[in-house]
Design a protein around this ligand. Structure first.
Ligand SMILES: Cc1cc2nc3c(=O)[nH]c(=O)nc-3n(C[C@H](O)[C@H](O)[C@H](O)COP(=O)(O)OP(=O)(O)OC[C@H]3O[C@@H](n4cnc5c(N)ncnc54)[C@H](O)[C@@H]3O)c2cc1C
Length: 370
């Protein structure tokens, strides 16, 4: 029989590590089980808005971060945890519930055949979450768009102003954000290509495809950035999301099992909120656990409270992000024509986008430290 842990977190990405740090802050020990053999920072960099910085402040790491390389964010979170709080090479395969002394105990079985029993399971295992599937949530779906992203390195300095630059084309939208004097984050979202074309995985081929096809027609300065890509940071993936109504009416928790981050609310990146809301989840979950802990059914109540607090907000953000991507990335049906562009540039950007972007003003509150 496997070891017993009170709280197990499946997945050591932003959501999983932030949840473990937030729980530690309120005096609850947890074990993070990550399938990779080390911290995995896909996508190079991440944009963190005000809501994310508030969450990072609540868990006590905001002042330790300056540049938001994903790797730096993950390492900063991991450094807050005891060395035995993350177990790598632990890919969850299945969950089984048993009732022991009228309480549920969950047995987690891993790919290598090992098991762990736990009282509470928090699935932070990303868009293809095994925990979400066990709960009965419907799978995330493809949005019809894909994105390539990476970090470009200019050893002698890139010379760009420290601001976000956007490039729009038919069915595509690209951006550049300076990270330091020498590094820039770049991304391009485009209407998905046939699946066999998107099987390409080697960095040089992806970079070539961006220059020769996806970013064709964009200014030379954008192409130059793509040419300076650090190949170890490049990724290309379809943009997925969960239907918002699945969060409103679907099973986002069962007993003492729930999900957070992309496992709960995968969304398209058009409002830059996936990681930010994962950080909010961590704070809200830890606060609910801290306040219900003294009652006999504490964990169950806490998880129900967490889901009720989160689901309307994140369902709204999924819908807003999808709308934002659809409106901005012209070229889809009639929207790609002159009328669509006029509506995008003069109505969507002036009125709608500003309202959608207000989601980042949210304050998830504080944690009382133990
Ligand atoms: C193009 C693009 C740009 C984006 N830009 C932004 C942005 O600017 N700002 C922002 O806030 N968000 C952004 N996002 C969204 C953000 O990347 C995600 O929302 C965020 O990474 C989610 O973190 P997570 O921890 O929930 O999931 P993940 O980062 O996917 O982490 C899940 C972890 O679980 C592990 N895992 C998976 N399955 C198992 C298993 N069975 N057993 C054990 N471990 C498992 C994985 O190895 C991984 O480490 C962007 C997304 C894309 C695609």
């Amino acid at each position: 029989m496997g070891s017993f842990e009170e709280v197990v977190i499946v997945g050591g990405g932003i959501a999983g590590l932030a949840t473990a740090v937030a729980l530690k802050r309120v005096g609850v020990r947890s074990l993070v089980l990550e399938r990779s053999h080390e911290l995995r920072a896909t996508g190079g960099s991440i944009g963190l808005f005000a809501n994310a910085w508030r969450a990072l402040e609540a868990i006590g790491v905001a002042d330790k971060l300056r540049v938001v390389h994903r790797k730096v964010l993950l390492e900063t979170l991991a450094e807050e945890l005891p060395s035995d709080a993350i177990r790598f090479s632990s890919k969850l395969d299945s969950i089984k519930e048993e009732i022991i002394d009228r309480s549920s105990v969950y047995t987690l079985r891993f790919e290598d055949g090992s098991t762990i029993r736990a009282k509470v399971v928090i699935g932070c295992d990303g868009v293809h979450s095994v925990v979400a599937q066990w709960l009965g949530l419907t799978a995330a779906v493809r949005s019809g768009r894909s994105a390539v992203r990476a970090i470009a390195v200019f050893p002698n300095g890139h010379g760009f102003e420290n601001e976000f630059q956007q490039f729009l084309g038919d069915g595509k939208r690209a951006g550049i954000v300076p990270l330091t004097d020498k590094e820039l984050y770049w991304a391009i979202a485009h209407t998905s290509l046939p699946p066999e074309m998107e099987m390409v995985r080697d960095p040089e081929s992806i970079q070539k495809l961006v220059i020769e096809n996806l970013a064709k027609g964009f200014p030379q300065e954008y192409m130059d950035v793509v040419r300076h890509t650090d190949p170890t940071t490049i990724t290309w993936a379809p943009l997925m999301f969960r239907y918002p109504w699945d969060l409103l009416i679907g099973r986002t928790w069962r007993g003492c099992v729930t999900v957070a981050g992309d496992a709960m609310h995968p969304m398209t990146p058009d409002l830059g909120q996936g990681g930010c809301t994962a950080l909010e989840d961590a704070v809200v979950l830890a606060r609910n656990i801290a306040s219900s802990r003294s009652s006999s059914d504490g964990f169950e109540k806490a998880i129900e409270g967490y889901v009720k607090e989160r689901r309307v907000r994140v369902a709204g953000i999924i819908a807003g992000a999808y709308l934002s991507g659809w409106a901005q990335q012209g070229g889809i049906g009639w929207w790609g024509g002159v009328v669509g562009r006029f509506v995008r540039d003069h109505i969507f950007y002036r009125f709608v986008f500003k309202r959608l972007a207000k989601v980042s003003e949210f304050d998830c509150g504080r944690l009382t430290c133990e």
